[in-house]
Design a protein around this ligand. Structure first.
Ligand code: ITT
Length: 208
């Protein structure tokens, strides 16, 4: 069956594609493949759950395709969970990864408790109005300086528990096995395989 991935973040899209690659009966569609560019989703919810559901629902309603969205971020314990839902715009401008990392390093200066976690909320929206969501997390610590060139976002500063290197230094295959996104997507496949296979089995003309 076709599944629209409701993200404009090409790094997320690539990671979701790699993590879901073994599921051969899902045909992933990017927003760029829609006949018309959809209106921007205003991410104004105060939780990742709210934003993930909003993205999935808005894109599902526009495309009439089953739609999956990811809202994610970094939660730092000694910062009370910041940047959290504001991860993409922590330093002000949405998606300025380098500025976000510099701001995080500034906030962490002199802190000894550097525990943090990435959290990913995955939402699924069906054309008939139903929706679901669940989350995955990945625990680690914030490094003293940036290292590595892989991944995106806060990856140069995040060292997952059990490793000595940042996500940006580790092989993409390692990140895609242990990340918050991988954990959430694996849980999603397990929890939603029934609804997805029911949707996939309906003849095209009967799909909602
Ligand atoms: P879409 O809303 O279009 O999906 P976005 O980048 O705006 O793309 P979010 O609102 O969910 O997505 O913000 C996610 C931010 O959290 C992202 O910009 C990074 O700063 C951070 N983030 C999430 N997952 C990450 C990961 O795997 N590695 C590093 N940083 C991550």
């Amino acid at each position: 069956m076709q599944l629209l991935i409701a993200t404009k973040n090409q790094h997320k899209l690539a990671e979701i594609g790699a993590i879901l690659a073994p599921v051969t009966d899902l045909e992933l569609i990017g927003i760029g493949s829609l006949p018309e560019e959809p209106a921007e989703v205003i991410e104004d919810a105060d939780t990742m759950e709210g934003n993930a559901l909003k993205k999935a629902r808005q894109l599902c309603d526009v495309s009439r395709l089953w739609t999956l969205a990811d809202d994610s971020g970094l939660e730092v314990l000694c910062l009370g969970g910041a940047p959290g839902v504001n991860s993409a715009r922590y330093a002000g401008k949405h998606g300025d990864d380098h500025a976000n990392n510099l701001k995080l390093l500034q906030e962490m200066a002199g802190r000894s408790d550097r525990r943090a976690r990435f959290r990913c909320v995955i939402a699924l929206a069906a054309p008939d109005g139903r929706s679901w969501h669940l989350e995955g997390t990945c625990e680690g610590v914030i490094a003293e300086s940036m290292s590595g060139h892989g991944g995106f976002g806060y990856d140069p500063l995040f060292i997952p528990d059990g490793y000595q290197h940042s996500f940006a230094e580790l092989d993409a295959a390692v990140k895609n096995r242990i990340s918050h996104r991988a954990v959430a997507l694996r849980a999603a496949l397990a929890a939603w395989s029934g609804v997805l296979s029911d949707a996939g089995n309906l003849p095209a003309t009967m799909r909602p």
